[in-house]
Design a protein around this ligand. Structure first.
Ligand code: SF4
Length: 348
């Protein structure tokens, strides 16, 4: 059961409330390469990314934010660390959301200026707490970036915004330590109704990052916690988008597009099941219909084990049985079984 948070609008979309969980990523092209950022943003949008974050270290870099915003029609988030003038510059070019920790930008006057600009532009602010960079006074109090310390940090930044009656807020509270990050989100979710952006930070290389994100993000989603997710991987951001949707699928959320299921294969397998499954998945990239496609290793158990699939094949020797909802339909033979199968999928 989803933990219901208040709704926050980000450009033309909304998160929280009963809105679907949005998948986001962040560009990783150097910020001074505007064409490179624009091209990568287009690739992310084509991969289905729903919210796109771009760093903005200086006010001049708002030019890149502006260019990316013009190039794609998904909400753009500016990532600001210390320079409040960069936040103002992004608000001026119509960014859809700003990630900034108000405690990092100095005086109340600066916070007030950012809040005023965001309020005028209907721009929400995400507070992004990271276990690795907690405020010194909070770290001194707890001695380590424990969940309680991360929650206290998040609420400290929240109060700095609420002081100016600003409540258009999203919060993240990330750590690279999965149990710690999960507990921090649980504690935070219990004391706030602001929507939560969930992620494991510095999750590691591709494989480890996938695992940690699957456990941390997926685990929290299963507990109903999370309104938007970002999988952090040392990889292209399109891969993060793909992983985000796969996590949503894995925990049972309806996601547009096909899902390919396959068995691990075993000694009964007599055809290139794994290669075919990968190729089917590759060819179905960008296909919009929400269908389940199975590629199973053998006829004996395959159709039954993949009963929940809309369509599938189970391979034998130089042939495959085509099945629909677990029932065999006919045999595919010859050396183009894969092409025949794809034709059947597109007919559905
Ligand atoms: S479906 Fe057949 S090939 Fe695949 S794991 Fe099960 S028994 Fe083995």
């Amino acid at each position: 059961m989803r933990v219901r948070k208040r709704e926050v609008k980000i450009g033309g979309m909304a998160i929280g409330g009963s809105n679907p969980i949005a998948v986001q990523t962040m560009l990783n092209v150097p910020i001074d390469d505007i064409p490179g950022n624009v091209a990568q943003a287009r690739r992310c949008a084509a991969a289905g990314c729903q919210i796109l974050r771009v760093t903005c270290p200086t006010p001049a870099d708002a030019r890149c934010i502006e260019a990316v915003k013009k190039a794609v029609d998904i909400p753009i988030v500016a990532d600001i660390h210390f320079d409040y003038r960069a936040a103002l510059a992004c608000a001026a070019v119509g960014v859809d959301k700003i990630r900034i920790n108000p405690g990092n930008i100095g005086s109340d006057d600066r916070v007030k200026e950012v809040v005023t600009a965001c309020r005028a532009g209907h721009i929400p602010i995400r507070i992004g707490v990271n276990g690795g960079s907690l405020e010194k006074h909070i770290l001194a109090k707890y001695g380590a970036p424990v969940p309680e310390a991360m929650v206290e940090s998040a609420l400290y930044h929240v109060r700095l915004l609420e002081k100016f009656d600003f409540e258009d807020i999203v919060i993240s509270i990330k750590s690279s330590n999965v149990p710690r990050m999960m507990e921090a989100y649980r504690q935070l979710s219990a004391v706030t109704d602001y929507p939560l952006h969930v992620g494991v930070t510095e999750a590691g290389t591709y494989q480890m990052g996938l695992l940690k994100s699957g456990m941390g993000i997926g685990g929290l989603l299963l507990e109903g916690i999370g309104d938007t997710i970002r999988v952090s991987l040392a990889a292209d951001p399109e891969k993060e988008v793909e992983a985000g949707f796969n996590i949503l699928r894995a925990v049972g959320y309806a996601v547009a597009g096909p899902e390919v299921i396959t068995c691990p294969t075993c000694g009964r397998t007599q055809y290139p099941c794994i290669e075919i499954a990968n190729e089917v998945e590759r060819r179905l990239q960008g296909y919009k219909k929400p269908i389940k496609v199975a590629v199973m290793g053998c006829v004996v158990n395959g159709p039954g084990e993949a009963r929940e699939a809309d369509i599938g094949i189970a391979g034998g020797k130089n042939e495959a049985v085509l099945f629909v909802h677990g029932q065999p339909v006919r045999k595919l033979t010859g050396d183009n079984i894969l092409d025949q199968f794809m034709e059947e999928i597109y007919k559905l």
